[in-house]
Design a protein around this ligand. Structure first.
Ligand code: ADP
Ligand code: MG
Length: 252
């Protein structure tokens, strides 16, 4: 049975999309059939994999009930990696979903017929704890929480963990935290080292051993529409995401 991972944190710019795209690419590279579902209206994961953000049908049509997930799947140029793309229309779902009872199950129900076709499904969440992220947490087995290694790193994590506990209690008892991931880390600075220590002390056992360094190649890869492991397979960022993918698979 396939495992579904939500990549979530209500903060923007912490590395959710980068992690979703690169872990998906690493797992696909290892030979597993992998699906990346973009549920952020910004469609950064879709564009970062070289796909247009106006594909029809897309995740908005799926969540609206106008298309089946199967119809919206798009193959990528990467072997074993399929995308269910987002489009800016998806912003409308934030308003429409809450008006419909039971709408928090939409994504889970839509993915049910296809989830076992993929060994791994990754859900790239928007930067909020709104209806789209709740849909992802209901559909997921496990959550990966990217945490940017900076001064306010811990801020907001308590709120996120409360939301996870609530979803687990009320909507999805299967849900568990796969791990917190330190991203954009600069081990040369004292701040970087202090924040890493603080997060590890605060959440013992929960933080992945692998730390993603701040790396120019990671930042520029999306503008070429490809994951960093294809942009520059031997850079520090690619190495880190390969290590992380192994850790994710091992913890699963
Ligand atoms: P989120 O999805 O949480 O909003 P992103 O993954 O889009 O965050 O990352 C925010 C920005 O930081 C993007 O421009 C991305 O390319 C860049 N970025 C992410 N991770 C790294 C990294 N390890 N090193 C350098 N730049 C990064
Ligand atoms: Mg994003």
């Amino acid at each position: 049975m396939g495992t579904v991972y939500a990549i979530a944190n209500q903060k923007g710019g912490v590395g959710k999309t980068t992690t979703a795209v690169n872990v998906a690419a690493c797992i696909a590279e290892a030979g597993y059939s992998t699906l990346l579902v973009d549920i952020d209206p910004q469609a950064n994961a879709t564009v970062g994999l070289g796909l247009p953000k106006d594909a029809e049908p897309n995740i908005y049509d799926v969540l609206s009930g106008d298309a089946r997930a199967e119809e919206a799947l798009v193959p990528t140029s990467i072997e074993n990696l399929t995308v269910l793309p987002a489009s800016p229309d998806l912003a409308g779902a934030n308003v429409e979903l809450p008006r419909q009872p039971g709408s928090e199950n939409r994504l889970r129900d839509a993915l049910a017929p296809i989830r076992d076709r993929f060994a791994f499904t990754l859900l790239d969440c928007p930067p909020s704890l709104g209806p789209l992220t709740v849909n992802a947490l209901v559909a997921a087995d496990r959550v990966i929480v990217p945490v940017q290694t900076e001064y306010f790193a811990l801020e907001g994590l308590a709120g996120l963990l409360d939301t996870l506990a609530l979803v687990q209690r009320e909507l999805n008892p299967r849900l568990s935290v796969a791990g917190m991931l330190l991203t954009m880390h600069d081990g040369r600075t004292r701040l970087g080292r202090d924040v890493e220590r603080e997060v590890r002390e605060h959440f013992p056992d929960l933080v992945f051993d692998t730390v993603i360094p701040r790396n120019v190649r990671i930042g520029e890869a999306p503008s070429y529409g490809r994951p960093v492991i294809h942009h520059d397979p031997h850079c520090a960022g690619a190495d880190a995401y390969f290590e992380l993918a192994k850790e994710v698979a091992a913890r699963g």
